[in-house]
Design a protein around this ligand. Structure first.
Ligand code: NAD
Length: 354
């Protein structure tokens, strides 16, 4: 594995741990980017990586993104993220989850974990058997917490409506064409909410059956995974994996707005400038997709105090996402700077690295 401090994605991370547990076969990386605002909070991704360097890159980029996301969401949390390196069959055992829980516990509250791609609420319950520093756990009706996906989708839905109002001057989603990449927890939720408002949905997933089922449910159209980025639409909403906005991807876009939940959508920061030059309004990913971490962070903070957490507080905070985006877009236009650069500068200021 290359030394991580020579990685392009190394950004003075406070701590990076490589965890290996012989007994269970767990190999994981826990990256803490910044604890300036509070404990580093961010989910755990369970994924099969082609090589360890890819896992390290993911951990470094995702944890930095969490510092920015939590700061911009106004949460008293820093940025952290973990990746668990699965074998090519995606084997995930209880023993691995327990060993991972022990690794989180050893950080003594400096890292708080939750779900990310490949993780379930049941996994978090298993991890919670070994550490208190976990959220996204089952909660009672009316309390904050649990699966972050629907809350992330809710924030993206609000953000897309704000982008459509800002860029297209429309205060209704009726007839607005939205192409959704990824029909999982987040993408599926976004598509369902938009369909209820009368938007015209084009959906895609590498799991074609999932895309077709969603299209049938919401009265949309399912297209091939590869085709969706070049589909003529008002909004392209990436909700699968990151780094899809590269030279080739951006050249293929035929939309006015890019707004979706996938983390790290820009392959490199300069791809934000390419979107800006093309006149495409970009909603910085870590601002628009903060709904899930708002939900589980409030769950965590309330649980530490032994108090129940009102779901309405979560909804109130998620409803503030459009105003944050609006302020970024206003500055971007006033100063002729790409929206990702504006957001990064705001976030760096908030985490004391301005
Ligand atoms: P998920 O696993 O539920 O769904 C992801 C979906 O994307 C799957 O259906 C998968 O088949 C599909 N997919 C993968 N590669 C694809 C491709 N190339 N083209 C089309 N479809 C593809 O995951 P999720 O929770 O919905 O998360 C989706 C994205 O949102 C991830 O980037 C995740 O990091 C990000 N995100 C999730 C949350 C959350 O609360 N779940 C919060 C913030 C950000």
């Amino acid at each position: 594995m290359p030394a991580f401090w020579t990685e392009a994605d190394w950004d003075a991370h406070e701590r990076v741990e490589v965890v290996h547990d012989r007994a269970s076969g767990l190999t994981a990386i826990i990256a803490l980017h910044s604890t300036h605002l509070g404990p580093g909070a961010g989910g755990t991704r369970f994924w099969h990586y082609a090589d360890p360097a890819g896992a390290m890159r993911d951990a470094l980029r995702l944890s930095r993104g969490m510092s920015f996301k939590n700061a911009m969401a106004g949460l008293p949390m820093g940025g952290g993220k973990a990746v668990v390196m699965l074998d090519k069959d995606g084997t995930k055992t209880d023993a691995m989850l327990e060993a991972f829980g022990d690794a989180v516990e050893a950080l003594n509250g400096r890292y708080v974990t939750a779900e990310d791609v490949g993780a379930t609420v049941a996994d978090m319950v298993k991890i919670a058997g070994r550490t208190r520093h976990v959220c996204g756990l089952p909660v009672s009706e009316g309390d904050a917490g649990g699966d972050p996906g629907p809350f992330t989708a809710m924030g993206i839905y609000h953000g897309i409506k704000a982008a459509v109002a800002h860029k297209l001057g429309k205060d209704s989603m009726a007839g607005v064409r939205v192409a959704v990449q990824g029909c999982g927890s987040v993408g599926g939720g976004v598509a369902r909410l938009l369909a209820k408002d009368g938007a015209s949905l084009i959906v895609s997933d590498i799991n074609t059956k999932r895309a077709q089922a969603l299209a049938q449910e919401i009265g949309g159209e399912a297209v091939d995974g590869d085709v969706v980025m070049g589909t003529e639409c008002d909004v392209f909403s990436p909700n699968a994996l990151g780094a899809i906005l590269d030279d080739d991807g951006i050249a293929r876009l035929d939309c006015a707005i890019v707004a979706g939940g996938a983390n790290n959508q820009l392959a490199r920061p300069e791809h934000g400038a390419m979107l800006h030059e093309r006149g495409i309004l970009y909603a910085p990913d870590y601002v628009i997709n903060a709904g899930g971490i708002i939900n589980v962070s409030l769950e965590y903070l309330c649980r530490q105090k032994g108090e129940p957490c009102d779901i309405n507080e979560v909804r109130k905070r998620i409803a503030q996402i459009p105003a944050r985006l609006q302020s970024i877009w206003n500055t971007s236009e006033a100063e002729s700077r790409p929206s990702n650069e504006v957001a990064d500068a705001m976030a760096m200021e908030l985490i004391g690295r301005g």
